[in-house]
Design a protein around this ligand. Structure first.
Ligand SMILES: CC(C)(COP(=O)(O)OP(=O)(O)OC[C@H]1O[C@@H](n2cnc3c(N)ncnc32)[C@H](O)[C@@H]1OP(=O)(O)O)[C@@H](O)C(=O)NCCC(=O)NCCS
Length: 139
């Protein structure tokens, strides 16, 4: 298992992985991923054996905070500890670190809370399907 920084050559694979990870309209379309590259977001992929895109996470350093724009583990690789691997890498970034999570996403909220994130805000209709989100922060 190894973590690599993605390049623009990886965009098609990133689009494919997002479609597998997010099935309620919130998968990043190609244009948004291109925008992330153009605005300096660091996009990481986790390679497991011969599988180059087992997981991905998007880190966006802003003026006052670090924003985790997305985390996704391929369904085939869930429940095997990659979420923990991602969180340990995220903790290296400058704090505060913020993210948004669907209020019904119990696995993700549980993972974030294990690493010290707390809920500090609420976003109504945050997702394309109208679902709400918690804002979470690690100070
Ligand atoms: C949330 C997600 C990233 C977790 O990744 P993962 O590799 O499966 O997680 P891990 O195997 O490392 O488990 C980490 C922790 O997550 C939580 N978790 C993972 N799967 C869970 C499940 N099915 N039910 C409840 N909690 C779960 C647990 O707290 C677990 O800790 P533990 O190992 O001490 O039990 C993954 O499920 C995913 O990609 N989901 C779809 C995309 C998504 O929702 N991303 C987050 C958007 S904000």
């Amino acid at each position: 298992m190894a973590i690599f920084v993605c390049t623009k050559d990886d965009i098609s694979d990133l689009v494919r992985l997002d479609k597998k990870c997010f099935d309620r309209g919130e998968a990043f379309p190609r244009k948004l991923i291109e925008n992330h590259f153009n605005s300096g977001t660091k996009i990481y992929r986790i390679e497991v054996g011969s599988f180059k895109f087992a997981a991905v996470f998007y880190m966006d350093r802003q003026v006052t905070e670090t924003h985790v724009a997305s985390i996704g583990v391929d369904p085939k690789f869930r429940g095997k500890g990659l979420g923990h691997v991602i969180m340990k890498r995220i903790l290296r970034w400058k704090r505060p670190i913020v993210l948004e999570v669907r209020i019904t996403n119990i696995p993700a909220i549980g993972l974030y809370e294990k690493y010290g994130f707390v809920k500090y805000g609420y976003l109504k209709n945050h997702y394309p399907d109208g679902s709400d989100a918690h804002k979470m922060i690690l100070l």
